[in-house]
Design a protein around this ligand. Structure first.
Ligand code: AR6
Length: 207
């Protein structure tokens, strides 16, 4: 009696190397949301236009956490491509809440959508900024004909966003704005974050 589906729906793609972990929810008859544990640098959907989302900072030249892992896996070409993204003001290529796209270079995924989530304690309304990060990433994906996208838990590491609050923002924003894509995946690094995302999806994606 809820939106939960096992991930063995016929024809549903899975991670290139991620096995079949995870739970799949139906967003619309033609659009799925999938929650899984894993390393986002390994994610792709073979043969389709796909993108992973990089939880970056405003300079867009790399950093720690998932950003560092994505740059290492993509190779130095990714930093060069980021460097070429025009600054909107000195030192800022992507303001908080916005998104930019580059190729994926040596990553399995064909594109990287870079977005900057809020530092939880540094802005008056972190929820509005985190919503914008998800929404603008989905918008950039659609503008570039991406059909499959994978998000990490934006702002849930270095930027200190509480997992349960972030999960509610992530799922509700994808529910509202993500259904033009074939599949929206969340690829989550820890059990605790995975559990928070499943709880939010079970609450917000009732069928
Ligand atoms: N795959 C999936 N998730 C990952 C991976 C991975 N390979 N590595 C880490 N995570 P964070 P933020 C999870 O800190 O909070 C960087 O320095 C991680 O466990 O990467 O948005 C940037 O340059 C956490 O749950 O991003 C920025 O300065 C989630 O990804 C700043 O950190 C996000 O954690 C951005 O901070």
């Amino acid at each position: 009696a809820n939106g939960r589906r096992r991930s063995s729906i016929a024809g549903v793609s899975t991670m290139a190397n991620g096995g079949d972990n995870g739970v799949t929810f139906q967003l619309t008859p033609s659009s799925l949301l999938k929650i899984q544990k894993g390393d986002i640098t390994q994610w792709s959907v073979d043969g389709f236009s796909d993108a992973i989302v990089n939880p970056a900072n405003e300079r867009m030249l790399g950093g720690g956490g998932a950003d560092g892992a994505i740059h290492r896996a993509a190779g130095p070409e990714l930093r060069d491509a980021c460097y070429k993204v025009p600054e909107v003001r000195p030192g800022v290529r992507c303001p908080t809440g916005e998104a930019r796209i580059t190729p994926g270079f040596r990553l399995p995924a064909s594109h990287v959508i870079h977005t900057v989530g809020p530092i939880y304690d540094a802005v008056p309304n972190p929820k509005a900024y985190l919503t914008n990060s998800y929404r603008n990433s989905l918008r950039v994906a659609k503008e570039n004909n991406i059909q499959y996208i994978a998000f990490p838990a934006i702002s849930c590491g270095v930027f200190g966003y509480p997992f349960d609050e972030a999960a509610t923002v992530a799922i509700s924003t994808v529910k509202e704005f993500g259904s033009d894509l074939k599949e929206v995946h969340f690829v989550l690094f820890s059990d605790e974050i995975y559990d928070a995302w499943l709880k939010a999806a079970n609450e917000l994606l009732q069928s």
